[in-house]
Design a protein around this ligand. Structure first.
Ligand code: WQD
Length: 320
């Protein structure tokens, strides 16, 4: 098989691309390098394409034809929640518009295997701590909306012209599978905590009065190498299963609180630090973890690594 990986110069996409190459399948990357890093493309076949640009359909069709692409994994997207609140039109244009172009190109070139990178942000503020895929999706920001609309569009294409879709809802992705592919953005709790302690500032904890065991928010942190592996399981499933559209949570099934995360950061780094206890951050659900039964039963995938491996790998990759 030859897999087109959009966003393959990004943190998650580069892990996915490397894992596919390592098992011997061919990879072609499409990336606009707006947030992805050129270094991550080393040794990979790649094309510089902005999926939301006016000429994207033609460019994508040319890439699909030139490399005889058989399957597509679509990760290229804007993913900053706060930015999406400031710039909703741009988020819709980039995330929904980019997907429209990609699906048009796939339809024209008769490529029907599709893995879509969705998010637990589609669930919004669930009232239960562990959500399964049938839980009612009510995203609370434009980022989450664009992901849910992306799922709907992929499902509509599945009905209309035979696209076959595995829709992966990522929970909180962290860690590094390879040091050179580590997350360089300081946008989520673990990299933010590392950056704080390196510069001698106390990490911020948003909210200590939640109805959880230690009062801080609970999230399901999944190792990026495990997450990348879920994409391989999804590709294999598309090879042998005939269902048109399926959604799977990708998490560990186990939640960790913010205090548990920072304690593990303290242990792994060997550094002592205070904490900056702040009020709740707007829009944070108290607890969000994945029910992972479906992906385990149907794709045969489960996370192998836990919070310790996540934090150790991220720390080791970025400590120099
Ligand atoms: C985790 C927990 C914070 C920073 C977001 C998106 C989601 C997905 C992943 C993209 C929360 C707390 C954080 C800090 C803290 N995005 N926190 N101090 O919000 O669960 O998920 O990223 O694909 O769509 O919403 O992740 O890492 O921001 O926060 O206490 O300095 O850490 O309140 O409880 P979140 P996060």
């Amino acid at each position: 098989m030859t897999v087109l990986v959009t966003g393959g110069a990004g943190y998650i996409g580069s892990h996915v691309a490397r894992l596919i190459s390592e098992r011997g399948d061919r990879v072609v990357i499409a990336d606009d390098l707006s947030t992805g890093l050129p270094d991550r493309l080393e040794g990979q076949v790649s094309a510089h394409i902005d999926l939301a640009a006016a000429d994207a359909v033609e460019q994508l069709r040319a890439v699909i034809r030139a490399h005889e692409v058989t399957s597509v994994i679509h990760l290229a997207a804007r993913k900053k929640v706060a930015e999406s609140v400031e710039l909703p039109e741009w988020y819709y244009q980039q995330n929904v518009g980019g997907l429209v172009n990609l699906l048009e190109a796939m339809k024209a070139e008769k490529v029907t295997r599709f893995v879509f990178s969705s998010s637990a942000a589609t669930y919004g503020m669930p009232q239960i701590g562990q959500v399964d895929e049938d839980y009612d999706c009510k995203p609370i920001n434009p980022y989450g909306e664009t992901k849910l609309i992306g799922e709907w569009l992929a499902r509509a294409s599945a009905k209309a012209w035979g696209l076959r879709v595995v829709n992966l809802r990522y929970f909180n992705v962290a860690g590094a599978g390879w040091a050179d592919l580590a997350d360089t953005a300081v946008a989520n709790l673990i990299p933010i905590a590392f950056a704080a302690i390196r510069s001698g500032r106390p990490p911020v904890v948003f909210g200590t009065d939640y109805d959880t065991a230690d009062g801080t928010c609970i999230r399901d942190y999944v190792h990026v190498h495990d997450l990348a592996d879920a994409h391989l399981a999804a590709l294999d499933y598309l090879e042998h299963d005939n269902r048109k559209f399926d959604t799977f949570n990708v998490g560990t099934g186990t939640g960790s609180s913010v205090l548990e995360v920072v304690e593990e950061v303290r242990r792994v780094s060997g550094l002592d630090f205070d904490l900056d206890l702040q009020p709740r951050r707007a829009g944070d659900p108290p607890a969000l973890a994945a029910d992972v039964s479906r992906i385990k039963n149907e794709l045969g995938w489960q996370a192998k690594q836990g919070l310790t491996e996540i934090i150790e790998s991220a720390w080791n990759a970025t400590k120099s």
